[in-house]
Design a protein around this ligand. Structure first.
Ligand code: ADP
Ligand code: MG
Ligand code: ZN
Length: 476
């Protein structure tokens, strides 16, 4: 907290909505995809037409269980869908099917950062998304129902976060975990993750909770951090000057860096929750849990630590490499067949990730197989190709899917280390640079690097620089 308000401590809890990566919606067979022509992915069920009945998409339930297990939650063997009633144009049924008293997962933990601060997970439940209102000029609005019924996970934390930074870190960790598990694409700009935050402050060291305010729709990591910091400061100023915090809900305006009030506690809606009569309770059997356990395998955090220990990588490199499962698998495959995991790490960090980013091809389908990358690195170590030329070979491999050897041949980049051929270049460079040679002989030994550079230029990068340096030194 800003200086001057040190007497206070912030208390923050998040409610995160994550769109599940399922092919179809939560209660009907409509595609759950984003970006289609408005109102094309709809049917009587997701439009709430009379007489239509929902049927649960089990894939969504399986993904909820997966996240619940990854966050050490208890999984309810029997959870209950509930109707949350409200009237708004983005919700054609006038109620949302959610879970209330019996969520699918509860009581988990999330480990934040290296110090291992733990953030309690209150609950995770399944619910359906609402449609999207597009507000035009002149007071008219359009509605797109494609998003109606898309499966969401709502993840609610305990009030264990203490700063905007904490909250942003939690959210990016959760995002990384969900992407890793393949249950959410994590695309915040497209609204795949949306976050509401609850903020209160209290005297440092106190164990009671102050009155909280809620900020809705913080839709980027930056907004989460900035909105919270803004609200903490507002409350601290208010209390310091003798005021009291009232329980309000507001919206963060990122452009203007201000909070726009939406409603106070008195205007809080009564959703009149009741068990959904059209759906049976959701039963999770042993098989669903076993399948989820098998899918969990190794999570990003332990894997990051293992990469540091097992391959001697830096914390930064390990974090980048384990951010996505595909990339982590790619690195690990190459590293295990290579003698030099650190070199493999450098190649993956620079060339491989660079090409993946440029071409948009994911690690699973990347044309340079991990084994081929390991072979290329080996050829550099053997001196068959120079490090600089290897980058070109790599690009050729990536473009055509050829092997390292084929690429080197095709581009004519075999490294020259035979003394006969090397001697021709060395002799020519010595002849062409008499004054440099003169100065070198008078003691400016640093000029050797320049002469090696000339040999490299002449050989179009193919000469073995170490052999060329040795030959030059001997010649002079
Ligand atoms: P609601 O159902 O009204 O949204 P919940 O009790 O489910 O309220 O809490 C929602 C979120 O608010 C949770 O993340 C919780 O940790 C957080 N929260 C509750 N009380 C406080 C408080 N006094 N200060 C900060 N956050 C709080
Ligand atoms: Mg709330
Ligand atoms: Zn539908």
């Amino acid at each position: 907290m800003k200086s001057g308000f040190d007497a206070f401590e912030a208390v923050i809890g998040l409610e995160v909505h994550a769109q599940l990566l399922t092919r179809t919606k939560l209660f009907c067979g409509c595609p759950a995809s984003f970006g289609n022509e408005p109102n094309t992915n709809v049917c009587p069920v997701c439009l709430g037409l009379p007489g239509s009945l929902p049927a649960l998409n089990r894939e969504a339930a399986g993904k909820a269980v997966l996240l619940g297990l990854a966050l050490d939650c208890s999984i309810s063997r029997r959870s209950v869908f509930a109707r949350k009633n409200y009237f708004y144009p983005d919700c054609p049924k006038n109620y949302q099917i959610s879970m209330y008293e019996k969520p699918i997962c509860s009581g988990g933990v999330f480990r934040l950062g290296e110090e291992g601060k733990t953030i309690g997970i209150e609950r995770i439940h399944l619910e359906e998304d609402a449609g999207k209102l597009i507000h035009g000029d002149g007071g008219s609005s359009l509605v797109d129902f494609n998003r109606c019924g898309v499966p969401l996970l709502e993840i609610v934390t305990r009030p264990d976060l203490r700063s905007g930074r904490d909250a942003a870190e939690f959210l990016s960790g959760l995002r990384r975990l969900m992407r890793y598990l393949g249950i959410c694409d994590g695309n915040m700009e497209e609204g795949s993750i949306r976050c509401d935050v609850n903020v209160s402050i209290r005297e440092r060291g106190s164990s009671s909770l102050g009155t909280r305010t809620e900020i809705k729709n913080l839709n980027s990591m930056k907004a989460v951090e900035a909105g919270i910091e803004f609200e903490i400061e507002r409350q601290a100023k208010l209390i310091s000057s003798g005021g009291v915090v009232s329980q309000v809900t507001s919206c963060w305006d990122a452009g203007m860096r201000r909070l726009v009030p939406m409603r106070s506690k008195e205007e809080e809606q009564d959703y009149r929750y009741f068990p959904e009569p059209d759906l049976p309770p959701l039963l999770i059997d042993d098989m669903t849990i076993c399948k989820a356990v098998l899918r969990l395998q190794e999570l990003p955090d332990p894997r990051r630590r293992r990469f540091q220990e097992e391959y001697g990588l830096s914390p930064y490199d390990s974090a980048v490499l384990t951010a996505e499962k595909g990339v982590a698998d790619y690195f690990e495959k190459a590293a295990t067949v290579s003698r030099n995991p650190k070199t493999i790490c450098n190649w993956v960090m620079r060339e491989v990730l660079g090409e993946m980013k440029r071409t948009g091809i994911p690690a699973e389908r990347f044309p340079v197989l991990p084994e081929s990358l390991a072979r290329l690195v080996e050829l550099v170590e053997e001196g068959a190709v120079s490090g600089r030329a290897a980058t070109e070979v790599f690009l050729e491999m990536s473009a055509t899917g050829c092997t390292a050897e084929e690429g080197i041949k095709r581009l004519g980049l075999e490294q020259i280390s035979s003394p006969e051929t090397l001697a021709q270049y060395v002799d020519a460079v010595v002849l062409e640079n008499p004054d440099v040679v003169e100065r070198y002989r008078k003691g400016e030994i640093k000029l050797l690097a320049f002469l090696v550079g000339e040999v490299m230029k002449k050989s179009e990068g193919r000469a073995d620089p170490r052999a060329a340096g040795e030959m030059l030194a001997a010649r002079l």
